[in-house]
Write a protein that binds this ligand. Structure first.
Ligand code: SAH
Length: 198
């Protein structure tokens, strides 16, 4: 995993997702070199870069053009820019093939990563689910209590069985007296696999 400090950051753009959380997301996603990933709300590009290091192709969506510029910088810095398509716009519209022509450029995918949804989580999951391949995975990272509840309920309505993992990490800071442990905010990772029975 790339250390947090190796990402270019901007105080107005969230991210990067902390290293240990990125680690767990990549692990839970089971991303492989054949996979196509959609990263909704790419922010700083923390997760986009990590997915791009492994996957065949990543489609990174953000409605904030500044976030896309920052993600582009981080992709270039880490040598994976050519593996990523950056798409500016609202994830809901982009994933809605009936509403938006841009979505034609996104083929069916193996992983739907949602790191930002601004009130549209249920609809984004439902829209994304339609283009998610069988055995594909949905991953939602959340810092808000409500987001994780919404993710679990929505995945259940789609007959998926969500796994919910909350990660609380403390990191040691070396000070004069020794190593001081500093707690970070807990993050919840909700993940589920699409399993169609024919
Ligand atoms: N995972 C990122 C951080 C995500 S921050 C990283 O590791 O760097 C969440 C991002 O989601 C923000 O940049 C915000 O602009 C974006 N976002 C929120 N709702 C969105 C939506 N409906 N469509 C597209 N982008 C959205």
């Amino acid at each position: 995993m790339i250390p947090d400090e190796d990402f270019i950051t901007d105080e107005n753009i969230p991210g990067p997702t902390k290293e240990e959380i990125r680690c767990m997301v990549i692990c839970k996603s089971e991303v492989s070199p054949d996979d196509i990933v959609v990263d909704v709300g790419c922010g700083t590009g923390g997760l986009t870069v990590e997915f791009a290091k492994i996957a065949k192709k990543v489609y990174a969506i953000d409605r904030n053009p500044e976030a896309l510029k920052l993600t582009e910088k981080n992709l270039k810095k880490h040598g994976v820019y050519e593996k990523v398509n950056l798409i500016e716009g609202d994830a809901l519209q982009i994933l809605d093939s009936e509403l938006d022509k841009v979505s034609d450029t996104i083929p069916d995918f193996d992983i739907l990563m949602i790191g930002g949804s601004s009130g549209d989580l249920t609809s984004i999951i439902k829209k994304g689910y339609k283009k998610l391949k069988n055995k594909g995975k949905v991953i939602v990272t959340s810092i808000m209590l409500e987001t994780r509840v919404e993710a679990v309920k929505t995945l259940q309505t789609l007959d998926m069985i969500p796994e919910v993992v909350e990660i609380s990490i403390s990191k040691g800071r070396i000070v004069e007296k020794g190593t001081m442990m500093l707690a970070r905010n807990p993050v919840t990772i909700v993940s589920a696999k699409k399993t169609l029975i024919y």
